[in-house]
Design a protein around this ligand. Structure first.
Ligand code: NAP
Length: 526
């Protein structure tokens, strides 16, 4: 790849290019321009209309099993080009091989998971919801609920940190439901998504109209949404607000899903002894969550709550691990943490550390000093050290619970008892995931029931599962992903639950015979 690469859009089953130079995509390790992209002049209204008319009809003519077979083929395409995609994730995203695999293997794994779900749903294309409800005394009058595919386009506007998994997890659900997709990755890191778009198109697996890809800014895309479309957004809370409140979205009643900021917590139980399996799991996972993808994960742990009398020991243990983080060009030998995705992200994270330091103290790292393990100059690229902070008055520190610092940064805070842990965690006003490290069933129950309303997922780190724990950062397709409040108040994935977002549930009321003939053999009971 060189700086003359032009990434293009795929619209109305053709590759098209926007006008002018457009946006520049960089290598965050070197600052070099990798590619340019423009959507200026791209006919967004035409793109959506074609997707709805041609792609929707084509997908709806297929059974769940047939749609699942397409997803299986796409999953294979991702796997077969894994090395090439990892290389792009390194150069355009600053990802180490491990970071990149989180995204790329996550994409192929999620497509594969939903291909299996499609196979298990079989040859039908409708889903029944629940049992038939008798409504008549003399006749077969009854009520039944059915899920049908929506007739619009599923529009995905995604964040920079997961250019592959970010759209694949949404696409798997929409395709299985029978909706065509319009994929708009974040421009900053779009090289991986663009290459996948090329591979998908070249695979010949995609029915006409079912796949639209936009390389570059969204332009007037949202102005053309209709009431049968679904807008699924992942990104910052500020942009999420714009999506939700977009006049066209409000006017047409477009279904919107938002995955946004999240102040994820980890809590260490009072029962966990230093050096025990649960302690080691906690230390390993908190430090990994801070440094994997340089902390640029929506599920990364930002707030760490520990019993007051353990705070020094926890800081010492975390510091010991963070000190071993080797930072540098992500392809260089031995490097474990690459750069942030852009100079703007680096500035934002440094600003965020400043905000957090105003209510606490930095106990590891310096946002202005980075030691590179690859021999590179500290003045080049978007590198920074992990930064651990300590805040002893978490109730007085509103910013710790409100400012998502999207980098290798976390804050350790004391708590006293399960009740206080719950109260402090809830100050985050809704997050994607919280992790509870404890082997005390009473403590775990109290905390989990207290924090569950504020989270889409709660991860339980205990000694008995330590040997095969995935950690809180891994989003599994069979479990729901999303969170209330600040995290966007939406939900994705979770097996079939994620597919329903792209379908309409309709109650049918009438004779059992007529309803039965509508549903036919193919409707699958769920
Ligand atoms: P962002 O700046 O909000 O951008 C996200 C997407 O929105 C990009 O594709 C961007 O396009 C697009 N966009 C921006 N303004 C728009 C507008 N006015 N109209 C239409 N589209 C618009 O977010 P980001 O910096 O890429 O991502 C970081 C954030 O994402 C973090 O807050 C993180 O927590 C969140 N995130 C959440 C999850 C989750 O699952 N909850 C997952 C990953 C990330 P351009 O790139 O072309 O500007």
């Amino acid at each position: 790849m060189n700086d003359s690469l032009r990434i293009r859009s795929y619209v109305q089953d053709q590759w098209v290019d926007g006008e002018g130079e457009g946006a520049r995509l960089y290598n965050p390790s070197t600052g070099e321009v990798m590619a340019t992209a423009s959507t200026t002049g791209v006919d967004m209204g035409g793109a959506l209309a074609h997707a709805r008319r041609v792609g929707g009809a084509n997908l709806r003519s297929l059974s769940f099993a047939e749609r699942g077979a397409i997803l299986k083929g796409l999953s294979k395409v991702v796997r077969e080009h894994r090395d090439e995609l990892l290389e792009l994730a390194r150069t355009n995203g600053g990802n180490t091989a491990g970071d990149g695999s989180f995204d790329i293997d996550g994409a192929s794994g999620t497509l594969f998971f939903y291909s299996n779900l499609g196979r298990s749903l079989g040859e039908g294309s409708l889903l029944e919801d629940g049992e038939s409800l008798p409504l008549g005394k003399e006749t077969s009058l009854c009520g039944r609920h059915v899920w049908v595919p929506r007739r619009g386009a599923a529009v995905f506007v995604n964040a920079f940190n997961f250019p592959a998994w970010g759209f694949a997890e949404k696409m798997a659900c929409a395709f299985l439901a029978g909706m065509p997709v319009v994929v708009k990755p974040a421009t900053l890191t779009a090289c991986v998504a663009f290459r996948l778009a090329e591979l998908f198109v070249d695979s010949g697996l995609l029915p006409a109209g079912s796949w639209t890809f936009l390389a570059g800014p969204a332009g007037d895309l949202l102005d053309h949404l209709e009431g049968q479309d679904v807008l699924a957004f992942t990104g910052s809370a500020a942009t999420g607000r714009k999506m939700r409140s977009h006049p066209r979205v409000l006017d047409k009643g477009v279904r919107v899903s938002v995955e946004a900021d999240s102040l994820n917590s980890a809590v260490l139980g009072p029962d966990v002894e230093e050096g025990s399996d649960s302690w080691n799991l906690f230390v390993k996972e908190v430090s990994r969550e801070m440094t994997q993808k340089a902390g640029q994960k929506c599920t990364a742990t930002r707030r760490v709550f520990v019993p007051a009398d353990r705070i020094e020991a926890v800081i010492a243990a975390l510091t010991g691990r963070l000190a071993r983080t080797t930072i540098g060009e992500p392809g260089a030998e031995g490097v474990r943490m690459g750069p942030l995705a852009s100079a703007a992200q680096l500035e934002d994270v440094k600003g965020g550390v400043g905000d957090l330091a105003s209510v606490g103290e930095i106990v590891f790292g310096d946002p202005e000093i980075v030691e590179r393990a690859d021999g590179g100059s500290s003045g080049t690229g978007c590198f920074m050290s992990p930064v651990l902070l300590r805040c002893d008055e978490p109730r007085e520190a509103a910013v710790v619970h409100a400012r998502e610092v999207f980098g290798p940064v976390a804050t350790v805070m004391p708590y006293d008892g399960a009740e206080e842990a719950v109260e402090l965690i809830a100050l985050g006003e809704g997050s994607l995931v919280a992790s509870v490290y404890s082997d005390d069933a009473v403590f775990v129950r109290q905390v989990v029931l207290g924090i569950a309303p504020y989270h889409g997922r709660v991860y339980l780190g205990s000694a008995d599962i330590a040997g095969e724990a995935w950690g809180p950062g891994a989003v599994l397709p069979g479990l729901v992903h999303g969170g209330p409040g600040r995290a966007g108040a939406s939900e994705e994935l979770g097996g079939l639950r994620g597919v329903y977002h792209y379908m309409q549930r309709t109650a049918l009321e009438g004779s059992a015979e007529l309803i039965g003939s509508i549903l036919g053999e193919g409707a699958k009971s769920t």
